[in-house]
Design a binder for this molecule. Structure first.
Ligand SMILES: Nc1ncnc2c1ncn2[C@@H]1O[C@H](COP(=O)(O)OP(=O)(O)O)[C@@H](O)[C@H]1O
Ligand code: SF4
Ligand SMILES: [Mg+2]
Length: 358
């Protein structure tokens, strides 16, 4: 298995190991939620939200996790943060098995792995002043000598994300959506994390504001060497920020490749459909749009064989019975489809299956 092309290499703050060592390694991550029915809440089935997902992220790299709503992206992010306990699989951060950590040790690890949520309003306590919101992680982890020192840190953080530090006494509702997301970013930055899981951080914002927040995240990455797991349902949003893109469908990764490969040479029919669904601003250049047929099926009863077969425009008989493995079809380019030729030109070789590591 060859290593994928290196990500943009910003200066990494005190690299712990060789630069090529992954910061985050997710292997076979699975999360099934029980479906409970009846008076005694007996388990009558399972929602297979995440079903054997593997990927890695290097220090300072951005991996975008993309797919329609309901594909399991948020659940993946929450399992990595241990806001949810995975059903199985492993999550290693800088070589440490996160799932084996006691709550106390996990709390310490949290300094290095932070989160930015989609809804900047819902994730900020409306009764807390902005200064307190951003200072809270510093208070909890007892960073700085005293309150005054922490307040000075808060002012610097607000300034760094483009907000007036004089606004510390205001409440979240006094800010615009974009400003609120900057507050969320400042709070995530407070503990100088090495990885930020950003779950649709700009999806709730106006298009013009989206670009500003993405620029801020890119600048911060270059300055601080932070790695991002950047979750989005829209491929267009990740083109500028991502180094590599992982495409998720119904709990599984269907394609993973460097961002330019995904846009120039998409291999999986689902990735192609997502790309074709991106609106083209110039109507004279409007490409033929294949809107993906139908709704995403329920992960409580995923289709047999290839999970995408009920909507795939090029489905063949095998697809309904045999699940295609995720294989490395070209260096660093992984796809799970019976019709995608492997490196030797044959369709989906089984010899190169494995975890899509970076
Ligand atoms: N706590 C839960 N209990 C049961 N089902 C859940 C829970 N959280 C998410 N799901 C289901 O898991 C699937 C994946 O959800 P999610 O990870 O939120 O997807 P995405 O972020 O890609 O939209 C969905 O079908 C969702 O309804
Ligand atoms: S395996 Fe078959 S159904 Fe699945 S994406 Fe490929 S062609 Fe379509
Ligand atoms: Mg989500």
């Amino acid at each position: 298995m060859s290593a994928p092309p290196a990500a943009v290499a910003p200066p990494v703050v005190s690299p712990p190991r060789a630069a090529s060592a992954p910061l985050l390694e997710v292997e076979g991550l699975t999360k099934h939620f029980p479906i409970r029915r009846g008076l005694f809440a007996r388990v009558s089935g399972w929602v297979r939200a995440v079903d054997g997902v593997s990927f890695s992220i290097r220090p300072g790299e951005t991996l975008a996790l993309v797919g329609e709503s309901g594909s399991g992206k948020t659940t993946t992010g929450r399992c990595i943060l241990r806001l949810l306990e995975p059903t199985s699989g492993s999550v290693r951060f800088d070589g440490t098995d996160l799932l084996g950590l006691a709550p106390r040790e996990m709390r310490r690890m949290r300094r290095q792995i932070q989160v930015v949520f989609q809804d900047p309003y819902g994730s900020l306590n409306p009764r807390m002043r902005v200064g307190t919101i951003v200072r809270e992680p510093l208070d909890i982890h007892r960073i700085g000598k005293n309150r005054a020192e922490r307040d000075a840190m808060v002012a610097r953080l607000l300034e760094r994300v483009g907000l007036d530090p004089g606004m510390v006494r205001r409440y979240p509702h006094e800010f615009s959506g974009g400003q609120r997301q900057r507050i969320g970013v400042a709070r995530a930055l407070a503990l100088r994390p090495r990885l930020i899981v950003a779950d649709e951080p700009v999806s709730a914002l106006d298009v013009s504001v989206q670009a500003q927040v993405i620029n801020l995240l890119i600048d911060l990455q270059q300055e601080l060497g932070i790695a991002y797991l950047f979750i989005a349902h829209d491929l267009a949003l990740v083109e500028r920020i991502a180094d590599r893109v992982a495409v998720m469908y119904l709990g599984k990764l269907v394609e993973l490749a460097p961002v330019e490969e995904i846009f120039k040479n998409p291999l999986h029919p689902y990735t192609k459909a997502l790309l074709q669904a991106i609106p083209v601003p110039d109507p004279t250049r409007a490409r033929e749009r294949t809107v993906i047929r139908g709704e995403i099926p329920s992960p409580a009863a995923p289709p047999p064989g290839c999970r995408f077969h009920t909507r795939c425009p090029v489905v063949v008989e095998t697809c309904r019975r045999v699940e295609p493995p995720l294989v490395e079809v070209a260096p660093g380019h992984w796809a799970a489809c019976h019709l995608v030729p492997g490196p030797a030109g044959d369709a989906a070789p089984s010899s190169r299956r494995g975890a899509a590591s970076g």
